[in-house]
Design a protein around this ligand. Structure first.
Ligand SMILES: NC(=O)c1ccc[n+]([C@@H]2O[C@H](COP(=O)([O-])OP(=O)(O)OC[C@H]3O[C@@H](n4cnc5c(N)ncnc54)[C@H](O)[C@@H]3O)[C@@H](O)[C@H]2O)c1
Length: 252
């Protein structure tokens, strides 16, 4: 796969044991990147750091709340003090909630946007100055198939809207920083084989599978592989793009 030797990569939300973020962290570490494991979940951070180190990689755990500007700024300072650079940001931290628009409250939509969009903005903004100085950077954000086809399996309209906002934000930012050696891209996974998928009742799961031409959910490794590519030198002329990873369940 693509070499990322000594690149310093932040992966937000990489403290989730069975989540996509941990696999992204492990995959980038295998390609030689130094991983900043950033999450709200302290125990999860330790687990991911341990998993990376036990495979011979380098990892640094940082407690992060993406919704707090102070928390993002403190993380950036800690990384700069330790490594002196930030090459890759993977905006993976995200939350979702199944609720109809009729039943949705302003608190529900605010909570989802706070993490999925405003948190992503704060974290991205916090690394831009460093990436500009380096004249190198890769920002890769997790959108979702639900942004494009109007809903997935688990989220509500607020989740779809927040993930659509991530696409628009990323394209705009891609233009802003295109001449600073920084690329900005998204991946849009369909259903991924994480704990939440495993929790679906069999009958419901069968219905979902029916809508996926490949007849199975994606694996976290399949999402991480696309991110490793977008983070690499080889993807240097790709910006403002999104890669769909959904087994054919939505085709543009
Ligand atoms: N699982 C899927 O099928 C799927 C499909 C499409 C897109 N996605 C997206 O992929 C990303 C990862 O999904 P997942 O299923 O692995 O989720 P997950 O719930 O397993 O992991 C999310 C992680 O984000 C962290 N987090 C939440 N709020 C945070 C905050 N304020 N600050 C810092 N960290 C925070 C959590 O602690 C958790 O470790 C999300 O953005 C999600 O929307 C997931």
């Amino acid at each position: 796969m693509f070499k990322l030797d000594n690149r310093v990569a932040i992966v937000t939300g990489s403290g989730s044991k069975k989540g996509i973020g941990r696999t992204i962290a492990l995959t980038l570490a295998k390609q030689g990147a130094i991983i900043v494991v950033a999450d709200l979940n302290e125990e999860g951070i330790e687990d991911t750091v341990h998993a990376i180190k036990s495979e011979g990689g380098e990892a640094f755990g940082v407690l992060l709340n993406v919704t707090s500007q102070q928390s993002n700024d403190e993380m950036v300072q800690k990384i700069l003090d330790k490594y002196g650079r930030i090459d890759i940001l993977v905006n993976n931290a995200g939350i979702s909630q199944k609720v109809s628009v009729e039943d949705m409250t302003i608190e529900d939509i605010t909570k989802v946007f706070n993490v999925n969009m405003f948190g992503l903005f704060l974290c991205t903004q916090a690394v831009l100055e460093t990436m500009k100085k380096q004249n190198f950077g890769r920002v890769i954000s997790l959108s979702s198939v639900s942004a494009k086809r109007g809903g997935g399996v688990f989220g509500g309209a607020h989740y779809s809207a927040s993930k659509a906002a991530v696409l628009g934000f990323s394209k705009n930012l891609a233009r802003e920083v295109a001449q600073n050696g920084i690329t900005v891209n998204c991946v849009a996974p369909g259903l991924v084989n994480t704990d939440i998928w495993k929790s679906l009742p069999e009958e419901q799961a069968a219905k979902v599978i029916d809508g996926i031409p490949m007849g199975r959910p994606g694996e976290t490794e399949e999402v991480a592989a696309a991110i490793a590519f977008l983070a690499s030198e080889e993807a240097s002329y790709i910006t403002g793009e999104e890669i769909d990873i959904n087994g054919g369940s939505h085709m543009d």
